[in-house]
Design a protein. Structure first.
Length: 232
């Protein structure tokens, strides 16, 4: 007869299989939650998520500790989607104006297509942490690395890179988030043009302060590939 302790000993593999199955099911339920948020809105209920997943509501809690655990998993996945969508921007080749234009348009485009998901992120706070702030931080850190590369190339002090990066991300994200709620007032193309111009002026001022006058339309050497960052 096999004892209960023998049945669950590390070597028999059943605990590992259960852990793997649980993680797979968690991912499936999170994917269902993202679909429910997109369709229903940021106030989505656990019952609506369960309906989208095709299960009874109590079954969710066989795979999540509680509602907070489920919300945290959804938030982490949504944040990862944002940063993954923007990752190719940090490895592009082009002029400063081209890079700014593409980055601004990509950010506006993501929010326009995923408005409910962004609103959901804005509503979530776990252990005193702001989900949107976490995403902004990851994007700003990616941008910091990019700026450090070019400031080094121009033989400038790289200490300003982080401050400039966080300033630009805050500007673009806050303006776009506000536009998301009142987009009928300003057409998307006009918003993109405004933000592109403002970002360039901020960068141009930073460069000129360091003694560099850069033509925004000349092609810059591409940055080196870097590992992707993700929300902590």
């Amino acid at each position: 007869m096999i004892s209960s302790s023998a049945a669950t000993r590390p070597g028999d593999g059943r605990a590992t299989r259960w852990t793997g199955q649980r993680e797979r099911r968690r991912r499936e339920f999170v994917a269902a939650a993202l679909r429910a948020i997109a369709e229903t809105g940021p106030q989505v209920s656990t019952a609506q998520i369960a309906d989208e997943a095709g299960i009874a509501r109590p079954q969710l809690y066989k795979h999540f500790d509680d509602a907070t655990d489920l919300q945290r998993a959804i938030t982490e996945e949504a944040a990862l989607l944002v940063t993954t969508a923007l990752r190719p921007l940090w490895e592009r080749e082009g002029s400063a104006m081209q890079l700014i234009t593409v980055a601004v348009d990509a950010h506006i485009g993501w929010l326009a297509e995923n408005g409910n998901l962004y609103r959901y992120l804005s509503m979530q706070s776990h252990s005193g942490r702001d989900a949107v702030a976490d995403v902004r931080t990851v994007i700003a850190r990616q941008l910091t690395q990019l700026f450090e590369h070019y400031l080094t190339l121009f033989e400038m002090d790289t200490r300003v890179a982080e401050t400039v990066a966080f300033g630009i991300v805050g500007l673009v994200d806050s303006c776009t988030a506000q536009w998301l709620e009142t987009r009928h007032r300003v057409p998307r193309a006009e918003l993109a043009a405004l933000l592109t111009r403002w970002v360039w002026r901020l960068l141009d001022d930073t460069l000129r302060t360091g003694g560099v006058e850069l033509d925004p339309h000349i092609t810059l050497p591409p940055p080196p590939p870097r590992p992707a960052l993700r929300p902590a």
